[in-house]
Design a protein around this ligand. Structure first.
Ligand code: AMP
Ligand code: ZN
Length: 114
C-alpha cells in the first residue's frame, strides 16, 4: 500500500523513531505524544482497521499483545500501569487506516476517554 502512511514507515520511505522491530511488527514513537510514553505498535501487514481482521490474523494479534507487554516493561510503565488503545473507524477518531495500537503511560490517564 504505497499510499498508506504506516506502510511507508514500515518500508522506511518515511522516517520514524522506531523502538522495536521483528518480522511481523514494528513499534515507533508517536509524532504527537499524548503521554510521556506514547508509541504505536503496528503489524507490518496492511490491515485498515481491527474490523477488517480475519481468522488468519489471530496469531499476529496475539503476538502484538506480547510485544506491547514487553515494551511496557522496557519503558518502565508496567508496574504503575498503562493503556492500550485501538481507534476503529470514524466515530473513534481513527485517522490512519493501518491498524495501530497506541501504548500510553508515564502519567495518570483519565477515564472515560473523550
Ligand atoms: P489514530 O487517530 O488512532 O488513527 O492515531 C494516529 C496516530 O498516528 C496519532 O496519534 C498521530 O499522532 C500518529 N502519527 C501520525 N503520523 C505519524 C508519523 N509520521 N509518525 C508517528 N506517528 C504518527
Ligand atoms: Zn498500511
Amino acid at each position: 500500500m504505497s499510499d498508506c502512511l504506516f506502510c511507508r514507515i514500515v518500508s522506511r520511505e518515511i522516517p520514524s523513531d522506531i523502538v522495536y522491530e521483528d518480522e511481523l511488527v514494528i513499534a515507533f514513537n508517536d509524532i504527537n505524544p499524548q503521554a510521556p510514553v506514547h508509541m504505536l505498535v503496528i503489524p507490518k501487514k496492511h490491515i485498515p482497521t481491527i474490523a477488517d481482521l480475519e481468522d488468519a490474523d489471530r496469531d499476529l494479534f496475539g503476538h502484538i499483545h506480547m510485544v506491547i507487554k514487553d515494551l511496557a516493561r522496557q519503558e518502565g510503565i508496567d508496574e504503575k500501569g498503562y493503556r492500550v488503545v485501538v481507534n476503529c473507524r470514524e466515530s473513534a477518531g481513527q485517522s490512519v487506516f493501518h491498524v495501530h495500537f497506541h501504548l500510553l503511560g508515564g502519567r495518570s490517564l483519565g477515564w472515560p476517554p473523550g
